[in-house]
Design a protein around this ligand. Structure first.
Ligand code: F6R
Length: 259
């Protein structure tokens, strides 16, 4: 695991976007795992800034620019999988992760909507929908690079404390702390759904590379437990210590409780 401490969230976004563009240029990134919430937004913003505004092809002479052009082309043909979705929130509602991914990822980066997948939290048969989601990821060849945030509870995706390290996509109950934290996206805390569909920790760990982003003092305790604490399902994010290719991008505040 590599920990990088950068000045602020904008710098984190720029570093992550540069990393993603390098992977695209090297053709090592065809399937991107995307997270929602506030943490990855600077990454998507910085990635969008790397794209030509015209949407047209830039003709460039030097090899570095050729690399950029290759990365841009690969970005537009990316397949993407979101980590999670609330149960019972229609994809049309702005609070749904379908809507967030549509606005912050698909449209911002100019991805093909048919290649951007979000778990179905409104399916009549949720268990079947979860199995099908796993199947889709497998058929795409697995996730090459997974962007992650971390919750105050230490969750990854919506894998709350006590989630099995080998769990797959399934329905979970949101922790009261998570519902309080996410109330800012809803009219009131009561409106935050009790349940969600989330990729499991086992699913997330199968991504070839993990990129965890956290900034702000409020993330410091969870970051310290995840990165330096014992490997325990009571801090699900601690499983990243076990991943062979994980990068943790922090600002000073989020890193402030590290040894
Ligand atoms: C969202 C997700 C969650 C968030 C976490 C942090 O798709 O997977 O794990 O990353 O709740 O949320 P923010 O970034 O809003 O603090």
């Amino acid at each position: 695991m590599q920990i990088m401490i950068l000045p602020d969230s904008a710098a984190i976004g720029v570093w992550a976007a540069g990393h993603i563009m390098r992977r695209l240029a090297d053709r090592r990134l065809r399937v991107l795992g995307v997270a929602t919430g506030s943490s990855p937004l600077p990454v998507y913003d910085a990635l969008a800034l790397r794209l030509p505004r015209s949407g047209g092809r830039n003709v460039r002479a030097d090899p570095e620019s050729d690399k950029d052009a290759r990365a841009e082309a690969s970005l537009r043909s990316l397949t993407a999988f979101a980590l999670d979705e609330y149960v019972g929130i229609s994809p049309d509602r702005p609070e749904s992760y379908h809507a967030v991914i549509r606005g912050e990822v698909t449209e911002k980066l100019g991805l093909d909507p048919a290649r951007v997948h979000v778990p179905d939290g409104t399916a009549g048969d949720l268990e079947k929908a979860c199995r099908e989601y796993e199947q889709l990821i497998a058929e795409a060849g697995g996730v090459d690079l997974q962007i992650l945030g971390i919750g105050a509870t230490g969750h990854l995706g919506f894998n709350e404390p006590s989630s099995s390290f080998s769990s797959r996509t399934r329905v979970k109950t949101l922790a009261p702390q998570t519902r309080r934290d996410n109330a800012r996206f809803f009219a009131s805390e009561e409106q935050v759904p009790l349940h969600c569909v989330t990729q499991g920790l086992g699913t997330i760990m199968e991504a070839s590379e993990l990129l965890l982003v956290a900034y702000g003092e409020h993330k410091a305790p969870a970051v310290a437990r995840a990165v330096e604490g014992p490997l325990t399902s009571m801090c699900p994010a601690s499983i990243i210590q076990w991943h062979q290719d994980a990068v943790v991008l922090l600002d000073e505040a989020a890193a402030s409780q590290l040894e």
